[in-house]
Design a protein around this ligand. Structure first.
Ligand code: FE2
Length: 135
């Protein structure tokens, strides 16, 4: 089942929350494309968005973690690298085999399973660390 945006994903940093919400919109757009049996057309733009999103968003997060001396930054950045690896695979397959329904399904899996879990678990951890420091 498709995960919808919910306030449980709010980490309390407006700029980052806004980026996370934009990501849900893109994930839903891809899902709608797949439902319309149009995943083949939707997957190229979705992958391009994921690249642009990840580069900008991860930089924002990294700067935030450094600014607040987050001790878990190394593990967190390792996860961002792992995401880029999966994205590289999608881009390679798109380039070699072209867009397909199967590729759209795989891209959706990554947006739904990997990134949303990452927001709920890992991003929440650095936010809690900063909040604890402020309190
Ligand atoms: Fe992150």
């Amino acid at each position: 089942m498709l995960k919808d945006w919910s306030d449980v994903y709010l980490i309390g940093v407006p700029e980052i929350d806004q980026q996370h919400q934009g990501f849900f919109v893109a994930s839903h757009r891809l899902y709608e494309g797949i439902l319309d049996r149009d995943g083949k057309a939707a997957v190229g733009p979705a992958i391009a968005f994921m690249r642009e999103y990840a580069e900008e968003h991860f930089q924002t997060e990294e700067a935030f973690m450094r600014e607040h001396d987050y001790p878990g930054i190394k593990d967190h950045l390792r996860q961002h690298v792992a995401f880029f690896k999966r994205l590289d695979e999608l881009e390679n397959d798109l380039m070699i085999f072209g867009p397909s329904q199967d590729l759209a399904d795989r891209a959706l899996d990554i947006t739904q399973d990997w990134l949303i879990d990452h927001i709920a678990d890992e991003d929440m951890l650095y936010a809690l660390h900063v909040k604890a420091g402020v309190a």
